[in-house]
Design a protein around this ligand. Structure first.
Ligand code: FRU
Length: 570
């Protein structure tokens, strides 16, 4: 394995036997003339790093550039391993290494193979492997969009939290960057008794720096009064190095529950504001803080208290000025709606003055309910949001090298007539490939679309009824139906089949449907509603089967193949 321009090896490892170790042997430096060494003498260039047993430790080892190495691990397990530290890492990303089946040597991983798996998305961002939840610290900084995310590098389930990191120049193609934050030392030492880590947070760019706020959560495995959630701050000038974290809010205000997390910071009315998710006297709430200097924060009171019962707390709140109004969004923990949908994000449109929010209208952020913990940021006048595509109905298929969790497509937000509109960002047009179908006034039956990654665009007239099968076969299906009850997503033969996913629209004139293997996103009437739904299918054979008894109302139907966002890197 040759390091090329990389200067660091990062390994997440734990010993399975005392004495477990990683051996790093440098074989040949291709830059130094005549430095070709025999295997025997190369052993002098062997470093042995002892690995602790217990929880995974994040080891960072300096490496020579352009050098051939052999990396082996003995009696230890490695969950994630990559090369980093190259000068142009924001362009190329890290280089993932995988262990060969035979011999256990680490080699550069085959990206193409990984991204061609039918069980992971081709044009939605997902981690290289294992678990992802909320987007964190979204911002644009010195030429790149940055996305951090809740990450468990060790398995496909939620556990103690790290922050993963990715960057993009166009909001479409992403590169993976080194992990940024890890759980607190006390959690790494007692992973079985403790729970927590670097929980969600946000970023603002101020005076040439990115300033991050996040929650550090700790406490026993079962949440309760001993759970401690505190708000911390860190900064970066290059998005690769981060300052030592500083505690900025050490406890929740009186009356607020131990759920007290996910700081989202923004500027309005000449001040810095922070919203935090919590519950006040048993009711889910968004709490508001203000600051002059991003350092000292004062609690001003609740921004809003959700009067609907059955919600443990608000998670990942957001508040922004948008089209002359204010938009607040909250993820409703443990909430079920009357259709059986679990954990939706609710939006609230209203006014915000002197720290007081007055609600005028509320609705669902995403009617598919597989979109949670959305976060937004502003760049060049656009308000862009990304949400976590969350498996709330236990439908994930855990396959080797798979990833559980991905991000929604970036959406541009607007308020029109006091309603939220969320449309896919225009940059996504660049992913449209070959046209698979173009027509009007007739039913459509496309089967065997392979790979199962397409976009369908429909223009409709007369509010006609229709049914569209977007995936599956006779037994297992995902459908988008429009009938006298309205427009809704529905599944059959999978765990979410007893739930209905209706959109809050009273007519359907335009649809943009993104099918990306296991993930479907439906945008209605230029963003009047959007629904995200997971539908696992390991065949990679897609379909688009549209039936209607009023085909004359189909003014345009066009289906494009969608390209992958993962291009080959060195
Ligand atoms: C929402 C959430 C946040 C928390 C994070 C932990 O999905 O529960 O409230 O910060 O995930 O991973």
């Amino acid at each position: 394995m040759n390091t090329g321009g990389y200067t660091k090896l990062e390994i997440f490892a734990r010993a399975v036997q005392p004495g477990g170790k990683i051996r790093v042997i440098s074989i040949k430096n291709s830059r130094q003339e005549g430095a070709v060494q025999e295997r025997a003498s190369a052993l002098e260039n062997c470093r042995e790093v002892l690995v602790e047993s217990g929880y995974y430790r994040w080891l960072k080892l300096p490496m020579e550039q352009d050098t051939e190495y052999e990396i082996l691990c003995e009696e230890c397990q490695v969950s994630l391993c990559y090369l980093s530290g190259s000068e142009d890492i924001l362009e190329t990303g890290v280089c993932y290494l995988e262990q060969e089946q035979e011999g256990g040597r680490f080699v550069r991983a085959d990206q193409e193979e990984r991204y061609h798996s039918p069980i992971r998305e081709a044009y939605h961002f997902a981690p290289w492997k294992n678990w992802l939840n909320d987007p964190n610290g979204l911002c644009w900084f010195q030429g790149y969009y940055h996305m951090f995310y809740q990450f468990n590098p060790h398995s496909q389930q939620w556990s103690h939290m790290y922050w993963g990191h990715a960057a993009s120049k166009d909001l479409v193609h992403w590169i993976h960057l080194p992990v940024v934050l890890e759980p607190q030392e006390e959690i790494l030492q007692n992973p079985g008794e403790q729970k927590g880590g670097a929980f969600s947070g946000s970023a603002v760019v101020h005076e040439g720096e990115a300033v991050f706020f996040l929650t550090r959560s700790s406490g026993p495995r079962v949440d309760g009064e001993d759970t401690l959630q505190q708000q911390w701050k860190t900064t970066s000038r290059d998005m690769l190095h981060f300052s030592e974290e500083k505690l900025v809010i050490d406890r929740q205000p009186q009356g607020a529950s131990f759920d007290f997390r996910d700081p989202k910071v923004f500027r309005a009315e000449g001040k810095w504001y922070m919203v935090l998710g919590s519950a006040l006297d048993g009711k889910a709430a968004i709490l508001l803080y203000e600051s002059e200097d991003l350092e000292h924060w004062a609690y001003t009171g609740p921004l809003l208290v959700e009067h609907e019962t059955g919600i443990r707390c608000v998670e990942c709140p957001d508040l922004m000025e948008l089209d002359g109004k204010y938009l607040a969004v909250g993820a409703l923990m443990h909430h079920y709606d009357s259709w059986g949908r679990y954990q939706m994000c609710r939006y609230y449109v209203g006014d915000f003055q002197d720290g007081i929010f007055t609600e005028e209208h509320r609705g669902w952020f995403d009617f598919g309910s597989n979109c949670y913990a959305m976060q937004s940021f502003e760049h060049k006048g656009r308000r862009i949001s990304i949400g976590w595509v969350s498996d709330f109905y236990g439908e994930h298929l855990e396959l080797e090298q798979g990833a559980c969790g991905s991000m929604t497509l970036p959406r541009e937000l607007h308020i029109r007539d006091n309603r939220l509109y969320a449309a896919p960002v225009r940059e996504l047009e660049s992913l449209k490939g070959e046209s698979l179908y173009r027509g009007q006034g007739e039913p459509v039956c496309l089967k065997g679309i392979c790979p199962n990654t397409y976009k369908a665009e429909l223009e409709l007239e007369g509010n006609i009824p229709f049914s569209i099968q977007l995936g599956g076969d006779e037994e297992r299906q995902i459908m988008l139906n429009h009938d006298e009850t309205g427009l809704y997503l529905q599944t059959k033969g999978v765990k979410s089949e007893s739930v209905l996913f209706p959109a809050e629209v009273d007519r359907v004139e335009k649809l943009e449907i993104f099918t990306d293997r296991r993930t479907v996103e439906v945008y209605v009437n230029d963003g009047e509603a959007v629904g995200t739904k997971l539908f696992y299918d390991i065949s990679d054979q897609g379909c688009f089967i549209l039936n209607t008894e009023a085909a004359e109302g189909l003014k345009r139907v066009e289906i494009f193949r969608m390209k992958s966002i993962w291009t080959k890197r060195r």
